[in-house]
Write a protein that binds this ligand. Sequence first.
Ligand code: N01
Length: 539
Amino acid sequence: MNNKKQRDKKTDFDAVITGAGFAGLYMLHSLREQGLTARVYDTADNVGGVWYWNRYPGAHCDSEAVYYGFTFSEELYKGWTWSKRYAPQPEILDYLNYVADTLDLRKDIKFNTRVNTAEFDEEKNIWRIETSNGSVVTAKYFISGVGCLSASNVPNIKGLAEFKGEWYHTGRWPHTKVDFTGKRVGVIGTGSSGMQLIPEVAKTADHLTVFQRTPQYTTPAGNRPLEKEYVDELKANLQQLRNDMLSSPSGQPFKRSPLSVLDDTPEAQNKKFEEAWEKGLPFFPLYNDILTNEKSNEIVAEFVRKKIGEVVKDQDTAKKLMPNYYFGTKRPVRDSYYYETFNRENVSLVDVKYEEPIQEITENGVRTKKGEYELDMIIFATGYDAMTGSLIKFDLIGKDGITLKEKWENGASVSTYLGIAHAGFPNFFTITGPESPSVITNVPTAIEQHVEWISKCIQYMEDNLIEAIEADSEAEKGWSAHCREMAESTLYVKTESWYTGANIEGKPRGFLIYVGGLNNYKKICDEVAENGYKGFSIK
Ligand code: N01
């Protein structure tokens, strides 16, 4: 007899999920396959999540396309063929639409709807969710699929309201064409988004001024069409590919060399780096200690700085473009002709960190310490309030009326259990939440692992007629301490970045990513489940 049927269903849905990107789509599908009901809410008018919003020219994913998708279904994987090694945003959005259509997901998604409040009812052990369209629904489970990078950050620079020209943020790009032709365009920000956008804007703008606060390491993406034989082979061996991805630190089937950079002679190091640079291969698998050994890291960093000096003709500009922090400790970028763009006559670089900080935006452009840059358009490629921003920007109210924002003291003391669960917030799960491997892995693989773990946990609850599951405070403290300890053994924590919260003015610092590898993380999560959900209270 099916135990589930014995549960007295006292809610509108078994689960409510926020976000219709990779995470929300798979979570919805997975719960439906279990015979449960779920409703997804998204503020956009279609599926896609970050790939719906990030429509700026040049937007690509810098995880290889053949790994940047779902592997849980043979039908889905085999029915889709990527055109290029790194997929452009429109193709990823098409892919997510293909997923939604193939799995018939849309009927359970409410678009154009924001979740304003989600409140846990302690007596009934249910969540009450209020949305922007005025509706109130109840669910046993509340699941966040909003991801780590969805709260856009437009910096608070004096005078923006006075600017007479057009302005945009890369993460909220319009759905209509933005024309740069003949215009004086300023781009503020040189992270992944800025570096993808800048070469595209330069092609048609009259003049492009790049306002750089921190230079960024990037290595060539070497994007190219995919060979049919290679794709066919992956499709024919999907289970092997899936296992390799889930049992790797990065969520991609790369084998990391067991060698330290220092094990090789300078000639051997150089040969490997040159080959990676020429072929557009990632640098991290070449050695095992690029992110942990300062000397090894400096050798890679120096190689990239030397390349910048070779590619960029004007040596003053080249010097400004050379980073001086640890390679890879800000999110590494894979680019298409980024440094080359600074050889164009219509492109100039302004160092707003050391030479001429931005003072204000005027009605005509940007004023720095040295003078005014007249502009017709300003583009903010200034990133996101990452990891926690989207979780604390609405009222998520747990036990005793405490919000997640209050629990985390507005970000000063973020603590989770496994990045999935939260003491004081029963039956609430976060997909790729803070303190999980999330953004330093191939994100769809991390999402698959989380969704499958959450689905299994929910199935366990349904089978055993469990009303509520909640992370214990002690387990949570232990997990957060473990995450911090792991992070402190790397060079990541030595650099100011969005990983540490340093990109947002006033945001408390912390390193909210589990750096021990997706493979080890999966083992820990599986052990917790196998041990009767160790670290959780169940009732
Ligand atoms: O944002 P960022 P992003 N004045 O935070 C600068 C993913 N992504 O949108 O470094 C002047 O990296 C800031 O300077 P600094 C990926 O995970 C993936 O580019 O803080 N400048 C920095 O240069 C990525 O890492 C893809 O000193 C200001 C830039 O703005 C993440 O999204 C593609 C400033 C922000 O860089 C975020 O990338 C795109 C100010 N007040 C994005 N405030 C893929 O390919 C900020 N900056 C998968």
